[in-house]
Design a protein around this ligand. Structure first.
Ligand code: GZL
Length: 342
């Protein structure tokens, strides 16, 4: 058996070496070549997962979903690598996984750039790379597929929600000053949401972004950034705070609370964030948060479907697999809070 595997392995390398193609198709390779990771003799699929870090509640839910899906009882050996919020560490992790000859690499990139060389190395070794959550600025032919959210659409959904709310409140003609807290520079979630928000906001000549600062999707940085903004802008000048994830909104809320600024449906400042974490639902129910635009962290099943299709020798039809997401607000949060799983 081992000898056949070795012959197949050499043929696969020859095939991948010529075409650099990570996608196996029925007519090209009828069966998946099992790479025996160094010194490992088993029938498990060895999956390397490169995660961004632990920057938010969304990330914890995303990581746990993978840890609960790719388990030995289901035929996987998951090698989880925490990128510790360092793009450089993530690239090194990919090179290490290539050395270990894993069967698949799942990449959850912090930022889009810096991936060309490492992804090429994975191609040369015939290791399929599946990108999830944020995207990478690499030729799409170099990786199998991407699955995640439409971040631009999320940004537009936030503006749509605000438009509707203001009309319901009879405030659509009011001048509106907006503070925007952004995620990591260069992350698809940031660029997508920011573009969607700005494209929507510029349709309103009476809306104005008076401050936009990066807080890297973390609660601590957002509190610091909001405290700094509040030294330059009077609270009475702020009508809306939009945070590109719930954790940054929680940090902004702490900064506003310290200044005794009222916010939320029962306060003065409109508050809108992204992710729709359980804690965000609690704040919508308690009257602190107006709305949270859902960003679904449960990507493991979408990634597993791609891997299983490859294992079955199927062609992957498409490059981008978007996941379903909703908008929740202070009016409907109490109907959904019990069903939330993260
Ligand atoms: C979105 C994801 C973002 C979340 C943040 O898919 O990349 O990163 O919105 C997380 O909470 O930190």
């Amino acid at each position: 058996m081992k000898k056949i595997l070795l012959i197949n392995f050499c043929l696969a390398i020859l095939f991948f070496g010529i075409t650099g193609c990570a996608v196996k198709t029925e007519e090209e390779t009828p069966e998946i070549v099992r790479r025996q990771a160094a010194g490992v003799e088993d029938e498990l699929l060895h999956i390397g997962l490169i995660q961004t870090g632990k920057e938010s509640g969304w990330r914890d839910a995303n990581t746990n979903d993978y840890l609960n899906t790719f388990i030995k009882e289901r035929g996987y050996d998951l090698i989880y690598i925490d990128g510790n919020s360092s793009p450089e560490r993530q690239v090194k992790a990919m090179q290490d996984l290539i050395q270990q000859k894993v069967d698949y690499i799942i990449l959850q990139p912090i930022v889009e750039t810096g991936w060309e060389e490492a992804v090429n190395q994975a191609n040369e070794e015939g290791i399929p790379v599946i990108v999830a959550d944020r995207q990478i600025a690499v030729d799409k032919e170099k990786y199998v597929a991407w699955t995640g959210s439409d971040f631009y659409e999320e940004g537009r959904k936030a503006v749509d929600w605000l438009e509707t709310y203001l009309i319901e409140e009879g405030r659509q003609k009011e001048d509106l000053n907006i503070v925007l807290l952004e995620g990591n520079k260069g992350a698809t979630a940031t660029t997508g949401r920011t573009s969607g928000l700005r494209d929507g906001i510029k349709n309103h000549s009476n809306w104005n972004i008076i401050a936009s600062e990066c807080a890297n999707f973390t609660q601590g940085e957002a509190q610091t950034v909001m405290e700094q903004i509040l030294t330059k802008v009077y609270p009475s000048e702020i009508d809306v705070v939009i945070a590109e994830n719930d954790n940054m909104m929680f940090g902004a809320m702490k900064a506003m609370e310290r200044k005794e600024i009222s916010f939320g449906p029962e306060g003065d400042i409109i508050t809108i964030s992204f992710d729709a974490l359980g804690d965000a639902f609690s704040k919508m129910v308690s009257g602190e948060l107006h709305a949270s635009i859902e960003c679904n962290p449960l990507l493991a099943s979408s990634v597993e479907n791609i891997i299983q299709d490859l294992e079955d020798g199927k062609q992957i039809k498409g490059k981008c697999f978007y996941i379903e997401e909703n908008v929740y607000d202070y009016k409907n949060a109490s109907q959904h809070i019990k069903e939330r799983t993260y």
